[in-house]
Design a protein. Sequence first.
Length: 352
Amino acid sequence: MKQAYREIQGKRSRKIRFALLTTIMMAMLVLQACGNNTGGNGASASGGSNTEKAGEEATSNVPAVLNFGFIGSNKLNVPGGAEGWGFYKGIIQEELKKYGITEVKLTGFPNGPDQTESLISGRLDIGSLGDTPAIIAYASGAKTRLISQSSANTIGYLIGKKDGPKTVKELQGKTIAIQKGSFMHRYVVGLLQEEGVTDYKLVHMLIPDATAALARGDVDATTNLGVPALKLIDQGYTHLDDASKHPNLLGSSATVVSEDYLAKFPDFPKVWNEAREKALADLKQHEDEYYQFLAEIGDTTPELAKQVNPISDIKDTAFTDEGTKLLDGTKNFLVEEKLAKKDFNISDWQLK
């Protein structure tokens, strides 16, 4: 009986081993067939797979929400320029979706210093603002990188009260309202220096408050820009000066990104600038619609919007020699006037 039992068990073991061997061989054949069914050789198939994995890994840490800040406030909650047009038409959002960014939250700020505070605190990932507050923040230790300079022809205006000073030199001993840390702050200090005005008082006010103070006569002059500045001049306030007469005092824009965000998405500058350039190309195909868009966010007319913000002022590359030179001049001025805490090389800040 024992002998018969052992023979039965032996037969069963051989059958099990044979079944296992057959299963393994079938699996190998299936894998080989899958490997060959690629329409190409094994090297190209492997390369394609690695590329896909690399792409997945590159975007795996990218936050789904991008927090973007800009200067201004309007009913559409978007800035002007190629960036604003791109957001308005959804062009930038569509480009960012390819990298896992499914939502862009836009926040308007009254001035650059307020925006840089939000960037430093981590409430923003990226911001578009004037060059002066961006430089001052970086010189103070803000962990940001400059990734583009979309315009380099921002004109600041100096406007006097009615029946007040008629020339810049008449501001000697007078009070001027400025937005501290803004490019207009830099413009006014530079202008007064050029004109030899040494005795004056600067008071920090946001533009709406400064405009009201000018109307009351509480200040002798104030700074402004764009359509609001032209409206004040049309209302009879004195046009004392503007930066178009002083190319070295023109303002420029700065788009900066926090280093924390770049650590999560190192390719963001390239992705952002390509999306922006795509929006600019579309904008140039719809000029009339673009000026109507500017009129809507600026509460003005398309004709005035075209006069103040012509498409020709928008740069079609992230950086230009002209813009970088202006940045460097602004930085040097801010350091000399001790408005920026330390000197630095613009090239160390730029991320190209």
